[in-house]
Design a protein around this ligand. Structure first.
Ligand code: URA
Length: 435
């Protein structure tokens, strides 16, 4: 088989066979197929697309390019969640303990943040001592013992994706639905869980800017989940403004804890109840959403979900006291309010730019190897639809110096648009698709 022939076949709109796709992925991971040939193939896929069968074959070939986690020693139904990435998205910190408190087994491998989006691992590291590299044995033991473990992806999980994603990033071929679907689903399938819920974000702060694109991706993800024999749901959610109020690692942890304490409601809780219901329904705990939501709310009201987070932190070398006393978490030396220079109703918040403000304060990474400051970021006091008086605070900036805080405050003001007339709050949940 020759890679040149496969490139030409896809370029001319042909369908690649399973053998051809396996040859291509295997050859690429072993260094027998060059980056320039793989770039040409990615571009051909970008323009010609792939059938469901090709996307499934690509996903499975990528999944088997490295280690596949064996969760068979874990008793019970194993659950996982994935978000396509957003600003202020701390749902995993709430959802995972909440569903674990309801009896599901959460075995989750997470990633770090990059650019304007955050990552669960960085947030968890706001708990001093939290160990994201506990190894597979402790990971499995912890899920069996306390029902939850969240760690970093092992080095050899889907090596094909690591190579391919880096190549797509520099060849203009990231926004191809079959390439995104195979990238996400190969990692989810290799992680070995029975039920998966995918939070597909759409809007200015998301990877998918329009609802139509998000739908197409959600359909692709759930179709491949089903063809691969997993129960998989996708929830399409709004990312035209940050989720919740906090943006920045330790600040987001504090907000998540406040939701688990039952003190904070709103969009963040709503999303966690929706995603959690999908998992409980797919796991067969209940057939209807109302019952699922009651079970999840009960896990919060009883304190069991918060206790589960404390158990997770303790089991991964942190201190459970930090969950109950958030004053022990990282705190930036400077806090600065951002008084509004307009009055009216917030009509728009430039979501991606808010994520970038947190990044420039030191809370995120421009490049993978950058160090981050867990304490910095911002807390919004106003969101789309809220009424604002002149001089009222739009947000609190948490920064390492006053100079950085002031620059962030000016940028934040520029992110907000106001209307003289009332503005409708955006609909958070756009659609739910089950496989
Ligand atoms: N997230 C992934 O993991 N892969 C993609 O291709 C895009 C987003």
């Amino acid at each position: 088989m020759l890679m040149t022939d496969l490139i030409a076949k896809k370029r001319d709109g042909g369908e690649l066979s399973g053998d051809e796709i396996r040859f291509m992925i295997d050859g690429y991971v072993r260094g027998k197929i060059s980056d320039y040939q793989m770039s040409a193939m990615c571009m051909a896929i970008y323009f010609r697309g792939m059938t469901d069968q090709e996307t499934l074959d690509l996903t499975l070939a990528m999944m088997h390019s490295g280690d596949v986690v064996d969760l068979s020693s874990i008793k019970g139904i194993k659950a996982d969640k994935h978000s396509t990435g957003g600003v202020g998205d701390k749902t995993s910190l709430i959802l995972c303990p909440m569903v674990a408190a309801c009896g599901l087994r959460v075995a989750k491998m997470s990633g770090r943040g990059l650019g304007h989006t955050g990552g669960t691992l960085d947030k968890l590291e706001s708990f001093p001592g939290y160990n994201i590299s506990i190894g597979e044995k402790r990971f499995l033991d912890n899920v069996n013992r306390i029902g939850i473990a969240i760690m970093g992806q092992t080095a050899d999980l889907v090596p094909a994706d690591k190579k391919l994603y880096a190549l797509r990033d520099v060849t203009g071929t990231v926004p191809s639905i079959p390439l995104i679907v195979s990238s996400i689903m190969s990692k989810k399938l290799a992680s070995g869980t029975d039920v998966i819920v995918l939070d597909v974000k759409c809007g200015s702060g998301a990877f998918m800017k329009t609802e139509a694109q998000a739908h197409e991706l959600a359909r692709g993800l759930t179709r491949i989940g089903k063809l691969a024999g997993r129960k998989c749901a996708a929830v399409i959610t709004d990312m035209n403004q940050p989720l919740g109020c906090a943006v920045g690692n330790a600040l987001e942890v504090k907000e998540a804890i406040s939701v688990l304490r039952g003190e904070t409601k709103g969009d963040l809780l709503e999303l966690c109840l929706t995603l959690g219901s999908c998992l409980l329904i797919q796991a067969g705990y209940t057939e209807d959403e109302d019952t699922a939501r009651k079970l999840l709310q009960e896990a919060i009201d009883s304190g069991r979900a918060l206790k589960k987070l404390a158990e997770l932190v303790e089991a991964q070398d942190g201190d459970a006291h930090d969950v109950y006393d958030t004053a022990r978490l990282p705190l930036a030396p400077v806090q600065l309010e951002v008084p509004s220079e307009s009055a009216g109703y917030v009509s728009h918040i430039e979501c991606e730019k808010v994520g970038l403000i947190s990044m420039h304060l030191g809370g995120g990474r421009a490049a993978k190897e950058d160090a981050i400051d867990l304490s910095v970021g911002l807390v919004l006091h106003k969101k789309v639809g809220d009424k604002v008086e002149m001089g009222e605070s739009l947000a609190t900036i948490h920064a390492s110096t006053m100079e950085k805080a002031q620059a962030a405050a000016n940028s934040l003001r520029a992110c907000c648009t106001f209307s003289d007339t009332p503005v409708q709050r955006p609909q958070l949940i756009k659609d739910i698709l089950f496989s």
